[in-house]
Ligand binder design. Structure first.
Ligand code: F6R
Length: 279
């Protein structure tokens, strides 16, 4: 795991945007796993400003609320269209977001998993983190082997997201989310976190035990994870000075990006093929 700590969210986002832009330039038909929420907004603006070619990219979003229309201002369909896709030349046929209105939710979840495999697997999975350590909507006690499925949102998540809906009572109770097992099959995971509200979850995810009580801690099992933090989100990390020094002293030969590496076996989470690199 590579931990990159920058003084501000803007600095940490710049590095994350470069990682994504480098992948898009090196692999124009890459498969991206995307996130919503406040954390990636600045990153999406940075990517839009670079006027990259999105025409051959395929995107899979992590999650969507159940029971709200795609046009709903807080649906993740709406978020992605407004914050990213409408500013790019992505082909809409290559955009995948879970269908929160599906009449058969288990079937739609299975089909989502099949589509990821058919696309060749996710090259880069962007992640935010909840204050309780959730990634996607994999709430505390989610199975670390879970696949795309419906989850009941935890009270803390509904409280945290009330700011978007204008009141906790308006926040849906359920969401469809990629599972932790699904996320761990991406070739590279890029986790972003900003602000002191994320400090405890980040410390648990990076330095705590691997536990379903902090679902992001499952990323410790993945051989290619980059974490971009601002100082506030890094504040509770015990080894912050080590991470800062390791990144500051990183020599050119170390700066191989996992996205440029060979594919992992899709059925063996985190297992990279021969010739691949680890961070
Ligand atoms: C959203 C998602 C969630 C958020 C997390 C943090 O697609 O997967 O895990 O990343 O809830 O949300 P923000 O960024 O709003 O703090």
């Amino acid at each position: 795991m590579e931990i990159i700590i920058q003084p501000t969210p803007a600095g940490a986002t710049r590095i994350a945007a470069k990682i994504m832009a480098d992948l898009i330039s090196a692999k124009p038909a890459a498969v991206l796993g995307l996130a919503t929420g406040s954390t990636p907004e600045r990153l999406y603006r940075a990517l839009i400003a670079q006027k990259l070619d999105w025409s051959r990219l395929t995107c899979f979003n992590l999650d969507e609320y159940v029971g709200i229309l795609p046009e709903h201002l807080q649906s993740y369909h709406h978020f992605m269209w407004e914050k990213l896709f409408r500013h790019t030349n992505i082909s809409l046929g290559n955009v995948h977001i879970p269908d929160g209105l599906a009449s058969d939710i288990p079937a739609t979840c299975e089909s989502y998993e099949r589509k990821i495999v058919a696309a060749g697997g996710i090259d880069l999975q962007l992640l935010g983190i909840g204050t309780d350590g959730h990634i996607g909507f994999n709430e505390q006690t989610s199975s670390l082997a879970s696949r795309t499925r419906i989850k009941t949102l935890a009270p803390q998540t509904r409280k945290d997201n009330a700011r978007f809906f204008g009141g906790e009572e308006k926040v849906p109770h359920h969401a469809i989310t990629m599972g932790i097992g699904t996320i761990l099959e991406a070739r590279h995971c890029l986790l972003l976190a900003f602000g002191d509200k994320k400090a405890r979850a980040i410390a648990g995810a990076i330095e705590g035990p691997i536990t379903a009580m902090n679902p992001a801690s499952a990323l410790q099992l993945h051989p290619a994870v980059t974490v971009c933090l601002d100082s506030a989100a890094a504040a509770e990390l015990k080894l912050q000075e080590y991470y800062r020094r390791a990144y500051g002293q990183k020599s050119d030969w170390q700066k191989i990006r996992p996205a440029a590496c060979r594919s992992p076996s899709p059925k063996q989470p985190g297992k990279l093929a021969a010739g691949s690199c680890q961070i």
